[in-house]
Write a new protein. Structure first.
Length: 333
């Protein structure tokens, strides 16, 4: 099954429409399935003087979170333009709403998918609106206990969301996430406990964690994309640059091929060589017609044709030669 790859732009456009469009171009070139943005109105989601988180801090120490969000804000008209640009580029547009007005804006865009950010998993008023929309949901679970994920799912379903349309994304809300904090086994816990398809939202510096998640069966991978990791902004350090993101998607597609099926059987190419690689029963010494086969006069070697070495003990001391054999002659029973 193909892994859904989400190229998370977030606020890595730094408020610039040309940068946002260029990131869409890169996501498409890389082969991502979705390019994702964030829809918010600063005054709707953050109080005036809320301090920034550690990873959001930069040289401007006086700036608070509200001012930071103001700087990266894309209004609805701009997001609509980006949605239309994504359609033109033939890549799916995805967005996370962070408030009621933002949700209704996305609903009016008739998006078939909605991303619920980790910070919104306990925001039941927003979850209620999304549930009644009943589209495919990517639900991130960063900072969450298992019982909180359970509460959110139960509420969504109670309010009208089809459970089968939900993907649960394991996530560590830490930018960047350290290897010891990734905890990919938690993704398997979500799958086992909730019987839903799962994925991974990757905030590590590299992408080994995503590769591991895909090999463990992640159906969705989300990773931040940036034009340059040295740009000023909260998420650039935990993002991939264009060259890395292209390589990232290519490696995911290769891992999909490597996973294969659950069948354990030779491949078509293996079948072509196994008869020349596996051992057959051959004469170790000259054998006369009527002579009893034994471990002294037969052995196993690679040979074209002959009986498989699996039958060696069915032949030795139990069968007699029906003709004369020279050394290395194949023996067929």
């Amino acid at each position: 099954m193909k892994t859904i790859v989400i190229a998370e732009v977030g606020v890595n456009h730094n408020g610039s429409m040309p940068k946002a469009k260029k990131l869409i171009d890169i996501a498409k070139k890389a082969g991502a399935d979705f390019v994702k943005f964030q829809s918010y109105i600063p005054e709707e989601i953050v109080t005036k003087n809320l301090p920034k988180l550690n990873y959001q801090k930069n040289k401007n120490k006086k700036e608070n979170m509200r001012q930071l969000l103001d700087k990266y804000y894309l209004n609805f008209d701009k997001l609509k333009t980006l949605k239309e640009y994504s359609k033109k580029k033939n890549i799916n547009f995805l967005c996370s709403p962070f408030g009621e007005k933002s949700f209704f804006f996305l609903k009016n865009l008739r998006l078939g998918h909605i991303k619920i950010a980790s910070g919104e998993i306990t925001n039941f008023p927003l979850l209620k609106l999304i549930a009644k929309y009943n589209k495919i949901i990517f639900l991130s679970t960063g900072m969450s206990y298992l019982n909180e994920v359970n509460q959110a799912l139960n509420f969504l379903i109670k309010e009208g969301q089809n459970k089968k349309k939900i993907y649960l994304l394991h996530c560590t809300t830490q930018y960047p996430t350290l290897p010891e904090d990734v905890n990919l086994n938690a993704m398997l816990t979500l799958k086992k406990f909730f019987k839903l398809d799962v994925g991974y939202s990757d905030h590590t510096k590299g992408y080994e964690a995503s590769m591991c998640a895909v090999s463990l069966g992640a159906k969705v991978i989300e990773k931040h994309i940036t034009l340059n990791k040295k740009m000023n902004g909260p998420d650039h350090k935990a993002s991939l640059n264009p060259e890395e993101f292209i390589d990232f998607v290519e490696k995911i597609r290769n891992i999909e091929k490597m996973r294969g099926s659950y069948s354990k059987s030779p491949t078509a190419k293996e079948k072509k060589i196994l008869t020349l690689v596996r051992k057959s029963i051959v004469a170790r010494t000259q054998i006369s017609k009527g002579e009893l086969f034994s471990e002294k006069n037969i052995t196993t070697k690679r040979a074209k044709g002959g009986s498989s070495a699996i039958n060696f003990y069915k032949v030795s001391k139990k069968k007699r030669a029906k003709r004369n054999y020279k050394v290395d002659d194949i023996i067929v029973i």
